[in-house]
Design a protein around this ligand. Sequence first.
Ligand SMILES: [Fe+2]
Ligand SMILES: [Fe+2]
Length: 402
Amino acid sequence: MKIGVYGGTFDPIHNGHIEIARAVKAELGLDSCVFVVAADPPHKDFSGRTPAELRLEMTRLALENEDGMRASDIEIKRGGVSYTVDTLERIKQLEPDAELYFILGADMLSSFKKWYMPEKILAIATLAAVQRSGQKADLHALADAIMNELGGTVIVTNVVGMELSSTTVRSRMNDALPITGLMPYETELFIHRNMLYMPKELVSLGKRLGERLDEARLEHSLLTAREAVMLANRHGLDAEKARLCGLVHDCAKLRGAALESYMKELGFNPTADERKNPYTIHARLGALAAQKEYGIDDPEILRAIRLHTLGSPDMTPFDEVIFLADKLEPTRDYRKIAKIRVLAYEDMDAAVAAVIRNNIAYNRSRNMPVHPSTFETLEAIETRSETGNELLNAYSNTDTEE
Ligand SMILES: [Fe+2]
Ligand SMILES: [Fe+2]
């Protein structure tokens, strides 16, 4: 058994890490590769780093579908600062017959001689160095120097790490830029569900929302924020604003007695049509709550919250981003949704019209009332859609649910 050992903070793990492991595994013919997730540093250094349990879970999710790769918690279980030598010794204890290959980057190889007990590391494992693109340092000379001085084996692999870094992922999250495709999908969703790498104000807003909404509704809100970021970036709109709006759009989505008392608390009077279609109440009520409870004054945000359920004939692109993000986020899984999602990236008018048509068909099939403004909105949006009815027809007749 040849086992690769790949250590790191993985905050978060991304495709660059996985690519390196895959390539080293293939080049050296490894049977498996263990990603050893670093423990939290003791007290003061902790600031800003994601707790170990979450980093471990992200790594575990990312490797779920990778052949022969897994996340290890041995450093986390031990706690505090871990020395590579201890980790390798522990793995050797667990797998006494295995040949260990410790995977490390070019910069780590440069400082290797200063590590704690480097000879012992080399006695337990072969070092497998990965190159960095555009790097000038002569890794082969470095490897020879280490072997001459300390013994053991140092292999310079042909693997070149990609440009991506965890820092890039974190700053993209902070700046409301999409991170889709930079890591496996389940890891990405985990980041959004857990509000990782988001600005502090948004995290505390999300926590406040969680006090009022149930878990599923909060998850929907966080994933709507994700979808809004993607759509806003695609259509050249303010993605930070779209993220905030997506996060709070359902802040008044309550039922029964909780809804009644919230309306009372905020001094809100529903219209007769809203009473007939109670699920629509939370849209206008939500705009009021966003302002009164969450201190949001931006008229564009409040308007998009108000319109997110029924739309309106004069929906702006920003309104459409929120309307669509709400209907297309990953937990929504009605038939053909993937097609409407594609449409939303091409022509938001056409996508909004497709969603409304589906809602009408869905309500009718279940003998549920259709809110009267719906038809007016559908006609106006269809008329102005650049894509035209041909494309629209191709995407209609889709099941949906509110
Ligand atoms: Fe809603
Ligand atoms: Fe929603």
